[in-house]
Design a binder for this molecule. Structure first.
Ligand SMILES: [Fe+2]
Length: 216
C-alpha cells in the first residue's frame, strides 16, 4: 500500500472533526495564495464557449466578448464589464439554468446589484424574443423598482440582445484577461454565508475562521 508522508505544509487530519485552528489557518493561507487560479479557470471556461454555436450567427464566446465590448464602450464599470463577459458562461454546463451558474461564479466578487442582474437577465432579454416561445415579453416588469433595474435594462437592450453580429468590431479575450484577473483577485464576501470581507489582508484569516464556507 502506498502512503503519502505529510509535510509541514500538509494538514494531517483525515476527518474534519479532528482538525485544528492552526491547520485551517495554513489551509486558508494556501487557498488564498492560489487565488489567481480562479481567474485562470474562468478564462478557460470562457475560451471553451467557442465550441458552442447552436444555430446562432456567432458562437457563444463571440457573443460574450461582443456583449463585454459594448459594455466597455458604453462606459460600464469594471465589475459590469466582467459580468457582461461572463453572463452566459453557464451555457458551458447547461442552457436552462445558465444565469444562476454565472451569477454564482461572480457572487463573491461583485456588488449585490450586479449579482442580481446576472441572475435575472433572461427576464430582461425576454422582451426581445419571448413572444416566439409563447412566454411573457414583459417578464422584466416584475423587477421594476429594484435598485438595479435601469442597469439591467441597459445591459439587456444595448449590450446583450444586440451582440450576435459577426461584422461587429469585437475585442478579443486577451483584451479582457487583465480585468478578469483584477476582479477575481479578491473575494469581497464568502458566497455560502453572504459574509462580507473587508480587505484582502484578512481574507485568509476569515477563510480559516469560516472553513465550512471556504471548503464546501
Ligand atoms: Fe447573452
Amino acid at each position: 500500500m502506498t502512503t503519502t508522508e505529510p509535510t509541514t505544509e500538509t494538514a494531517r487530519f483525515t476527518r474534519m472533526d479532528e482538525s485544528t485552528a492552526e491547520q485551517w489557518a495554513e489551509i486558508g493561507r494556501q487557498t488564498f495564495g492560489h487565488q489567481a487560479r480562479v481567474a485562470e479557470k474562468v478564462l478557460e471556461l470562457l475560451a471553451e464557449l467557442a465550441t458552442i454555436t447552436d444555430g446562432f450567427a456567432v458562437d457563444q464566446l463571440t457573443h460574450c466578448l461582443q456583449t463585454a465590448t459594448r459594455a466597455e464602450r458604453g462606459g460600464a464599470s469594471t465589475e459590469m464589464i466582467v459580468a457582461s463577459l461572463l453572463h452566459d458562461v453557464g451555457k458551458i454546463v447547461a442552457v436552462v439554468n445558465h444565469p444562476a451558474i454565472a451569477a454564482e461564479i461572480l457572487k463573491p466578487y461583485v456588488s449585490d446589484d450586479v449579482y442580481w442582474l446576472i441572475q435575472v437577465h433572461q427576464d430582461f432579454q425576454g422582451q426581445h424574443y419571448y413572444e416566439h416561445f409563447g412566454m411573457d415579453p414583459a417578464a422584466r416588469e416584475r423587477h421594476r423598482g429594484h435598485r438595479g433595474f435601469e442597469l439591467a435594462q441597459r445591459f439587456a437592450d444595448e449590450w446583450d440582445q444586440t451582440s450576435f453580429d459577426p461584422s461587429y468590431d469585437t475585442l478579443p479575450l486577451e483584451h479582457f484577461a487583465p480585468l478578469v484577473h483584477e476582479l477575481f483577485a479578491t473575494p469581497i464576501r464568502l458566497a455560502a454565508e453572504g459574509q462580507r470581507l473587508t480587505t484582502s489582508a484578512n481574507v485568509s484569516t476569515e477563510i480559516a475562521s469560516a472553513p465550512t464556507a471556504a471548503t464546501r
